[in-house]
Design a protein around this ligand. Structure first.
Ligand code: ZN
Ligand code: ZN
Length: 149
């Protein structure tokens, strides 16, 4: 394989680099990130269950809506995503996953490592420290920790 460079002149590699270095904002936690530092790192959280609107709680972890009286003190510290939204409010999640942006040029799906081989030398943290698993004997970086109820 050709020696990897983040400034490759190969148009195919260029496309991949562009996708993975686009600056994005996470729609869950508002953190600024790039996909190269995101895929398989699980630095965000989500609720894998569904919101039970009658009980006002998540089916995955049983988290209940936070009370209005907690709202101002938490909002001041930026813990909750929507500081000015009306109650009920919930945390962004209970289960680790990758940051998610609807602006990302990359689909929010597990990533076949073979398709991004040229990016591996530039990954921090390293590939081996990320969450991946083998599908059909191919390594895939996982976007979310699977939910086991
Ligand atoms: Zn949950
Ligand atoms: Zn996030």
């Amino acid at each position: 394989m050709e020696k990897a460079s983040l400034f490759s002149s190969n148009p195919e590699i260029k496309k991949v680099i562009k996708k993975y270095t686009a600056v994005l904002e996470c729609s869950r936690c508002n953190k600024i990130y790039t996909e190269i530092s995101n895929v398989g790192c699980w630095q965000c959280k989500y609720h894998p269950g569904v919101l039970d609107h009658d009980k006002k709680e998540w089916t995955c972890c049983g988290e209940k809506a936070h009370l209005v009286s907690n709202y101002n003190s938490f909002a001041r510290y930026g813990i909750w995503k929507d500081k000015f939204s009306p109650v009920p409010m919930y945390s962004i999640g209970c289960t680790p996953c990758d940051h998610l942006s609807y602006d990302s040029p990359l689909p929010y799906k597990d990533v076949n490592v073979e398709n991004i081989a040229q990016l591996i030398p530039f990954m921090h943290p390293e590939l081996t420290e990320r969450n991946y698993s083998l599908k059909d004997r191919k390594p895939f970086l996982l976007r979310k920790k699977p939910f086991i109820p």
